[in-house]
Design a protein around this ligand. Structure first.
Ligand code: NAP
Length: 280
């Protein structure tokens, strides 16, 4: 099993050391409305940020906050020198245009890596801020000695926050990448050929042992809350076939938070001129 909790603890310890060295790293989060899962995510991010010595600002707004007020707040945080990174927790309430808000965050402060400038840099192979979940998957592969170079990788899911950036990171690491989605014919056939599988769908137990090539590295990103608890996209029985597998929970989730904190440090370095970067 790939122990995401243990690796995340190591990354967070590194972040704490970097924060102490920099003197100050500021991260502001914006949460609009009362989506219970979002509140849990924001609390986890704040706890981890504070533990790492990051100056974390927790802005929570009522569900009926007008879009213009959210955009105004983002603008204000863009210009605030104490704030290195800005994170807008998604989903936003329906009356707010998520794209408009995502585009409003200054790319240098966009620790989630959702702004098209950051997505574009990832596409070009010169990433600055990368979405935390796929970044965490790459970190897990590296920590467990899996070099994607020359390997066949299958990413199930093509969302902007997980599947697509995951595919780009694997391409950059010289894997041969297949991106699968809801219209893929013969999903099992694709997965069976893969040395690396990343499942980011949100369908409990989708990937079964008979789909998996013996010895493959399998990263389970999908997360569904069921009456029996949190379930991943990967049937736990896959452990009997895979060479490496992330547990759910305790795999990709803790890494997501750790990589977000690392992104905040990157933002602080960039803003202090300690990190050269083209075009930003
Ligand atoms: P999303 O935007 O809903 O994307 C899901 C993707 O799965 C889509 O590309 C969809 O295809 C594809 N899909 C749906 N049904 C499929 C099927 N039967 N076979 C193959 N592909 C199928 O979700 P997301 O935001 O990427 O998140 C994916 C999962 O990861 C969710 O469960 C989410 O909760 C979880 N997540 C976990 C973490 C973590 O830290 N572990 C972080 C973020 C998200 P189409 O594009 O064709 O619709």
């Amino acid at each position: 099993m790939m122990d995401g909790k243990a690796l995340a603890a190591r990354v967070r310890a590194d972040v704490a050391r970097d924060v102490a060295e920099l003197g100050h790293v500021g991260l502001a989060t914006i949460l609009v409305g009362d989506d219970p899962a979002s509140h849990v995510y924001i609390e986890g991010k704040h706890k981890a940020a504070t533990e790492a010595g990051i100056d974390a600002r927790d802005v929570r707004l009522p569900a009926d906050t007008p879009e213009a007020d959210v955009l105004g707040l983002v603008e204000q945080l863009n210009g605030d020198d104490e704030v290195d990174g800005i994170l807008v927790q998604l989903p936003l309430p329906e009356h707010i245009d998520e794209t408009a808000v995502t585009y409003a965050v200054a790319p240098s402060k966009d620790v989630d890596g959702f702004h098209p400038v950051n997505a574009g840099h990832l596409y070009l192979g010169t990433p600055l801020h990368v979405p935390a979940t796929p970044a965490g998957c790459m970190e897990l592969l590296a920590a467990y000695g899996v070099d994607p170079s020359g390997k066949d990788a299958v990413v199930i899911g093509r969302s902007e926050i997980v599947g697509r950036p995951m595919a780009m990171l694997l391409v950059q690491a010289h894997a041969t990448v297949t991106v699968c989605h809801s219209r893929t014919a013969d999903l099992a056939g694709h997965v069976r050929r893969a040395d690396i599988v990343v499942a980011a769908v949100g369908r409990p137990g989708l990937v079964t042992p008979d789909w998996v090539k013996p010895g493959a590295a399998v990263l389970d990103v999908g997360l569904t809350r069921t009456e029996e608890g949190i379930r991943g996209d990967v049937d736990p029985e896959v452990a009997s076939v895979a060479g490496l597998l992330t547990p759910m929970p305790g795999g990709t989730g803790p890494m997501t938070i750790a990589m977000l904190l690392r992104s905040a440090v990157k933002a602080a370095r960039f803003r202090r001129g300690l990190l050269a970067y083209p075009g930003l």
